[in-house]
Design a protein around this ligand. Sequence first.
Ligand SMILES: O=C(O)C1=C[C@@H](OP(=O)(O)O)[C@@H](O)[C@H](O)C1
Ligand SMILES: C=C(OP(=O)(O)O)C(=O)O
Length: 444
Amino acid sequence: MRDHGAVSAPAPAVWAAPTLAESGTGPIDATVTIPGSKSLTNRVLVLAAQADGPTDLEGVLRSRDSDLMVAGLRALGCGFEELPGGLLRVTPGPLHGPAHIDCGLAGTVMRFLPPLAATAPGAVTMDGDPAARVRPMGTVLQALRDLGVRVDGDGLPFTVHGVQAPAGGTVRIDASASSQFVSGLLLSGARFAGGLTVVHTGKPVPSMPHIEMTVQVLRAVGVQVDDSGANTWRVEPGPVVRWTDPIEPDLSNATPFLAAAAITGGTVRIPRWPTTTTQPGDAVRDLLTDMGAQVLLRDGVLQVTGTGTLDPLDADLHDIGELTPTVAALCLFASGTSRLRGIAHLRGHETDRLAALVADIRAVGGDADETEDGLVIRPRPLTGGEWGAYADHRMATAGAIVGLRVPGVVVDDIASTSKTLPGFEGMWARMLGAAADVGTGASS
Ligand SMILES: O=C(O)C1=C[C@@H](OP(=O)(O)O)[C@@H](O)[C@H](O)C1
Ligand SMILES: C=C(OP(=O)(O)O)C(=O)O
C-alpha cells in the first residue's frame, strides 16, 4: 500500500511548456479524464474519520493535498486501506493525540484539522511548508480559544490541546480572508458537545460555493445544519453516517485543459461533468461562454471548442477565486483589456497570486497591473520567458496555458502541480498529441 506517512514537497522541476505548433498534431481534439475533486476529497476524508463505521471511498483524489490529509488523519488514529478497484477504506478509530500533522501547503489540511484535533484528547502539533507559515490561520485558532480549547500559537506551527468533547457553542469570526475558516469549524461541529454556531462578521466571505459544499456534504452524512440565516451556520451535535457517492472530478483542475481548447481553436471534452454541483469550477462554463468559446454540456460530458476569438472579461471572481490563474491566462489572449475583481483574498493563497500573476505576465512580455482587489490585464504580443510557479499548482498550470501559444515559456517548477494533479505534464502532452482519452495513469 502507498505510504501516506510523509508527504514532503516534490523537488522543483523546470519544464519547457510545449507550444501547440511544436506538437505538430494540428488542433487539439482530446477527451481528458480528470481525477477527483480536492475540496470534496478532503471534506469527505474528514467526515469519514468521524463516521460510525468504515467508509469505502470511490474516486478520491490521490495528490499531495489529499495524501497530507490522509497522513494527518492517520496520525490522529484513523486507519486507511487500499482496496481493489481503486477504493480507499477509511476506518475511524478513537481520535487522540499526541500527534504531529504536516499540512504541506494545503489550506484544507491547515484549516480543517485544528477543529477536529480539538476533539482528540492530547496535544496535536501542526506545521507546514515555509510558504504555508504565512497563510492566514489566526482566525481558526482564535475561534478554538474562544470555544475554550487551549491552543499555543497563532499560525503554523501551533499546538491544539484536544479534549474528548469540547463544549462548543457560538463563535464569532471574521472569515473575509478565507471561507475555509468557516468550513473547518463546521466539518467537526457535530463532535462538540453543544454543536457549533459560527457567525461571520466582517467583509463578505469569499468562495461561498465552498461553504455550500461543506453544508451539502455534512447533510449527506446525516449531520443537521441550519444555514438559513445570513452569515450564520449552525451544526447540531450528533453521529456521522457513511458517505456513499463517488467523488466528482475536480472541475477547477479541468479548467486549464478547457482553456487550452479556447485559446487554440481546438476541442476538449471532460467526462463525468456533474449536472449540479457546488464546485466553483462549474462557473468556467459561463466564463468561457462570455469570452466567446462554444460550450456544450451533454450526457455528462462538457465540451469546449475555441472559436478563434476571445472577448475580454470584466468579472467579479470573489466566489470562484481559485479559477483566477486560468482566467488570467485566458485574458492574455483576449481582444481587449480585462478586469478581474473581488479577489484581494488571493494574496493569502498558496502564494500572493495577484503579485505572482503580474510578475509572470510581465516576465513573458505582457502588460498587467494589480488593483486593490484584483487585476487589469491588457493583451499584447508575448515573448518567451520564465514563468514562476511559486510552489503554486495553479500558477504552474497557468504557465502551461500561456506556453501553448507562446514559444519559449519555461515553468520553473511544474512539480508543484502534484499538490492537486500529479502527472499534469503527461496529461498535457497527451492532450496535445491526443488520439483518444487522456487519463492520469499512463506516463507520456
Ligand atoms: O474549502 C475549500 O476546499 C477551498 C476553499 C477556497 O479557499 P478560500 O476561501 O481561502 O479562497 C478555495 O480557494 C480553495 O482552493 C479550496
Ligand atoms: C487556494 C487553493 O488551495 P488551498 O486548498 O491550499 O487553499 C487552490 O487550490 O486554489
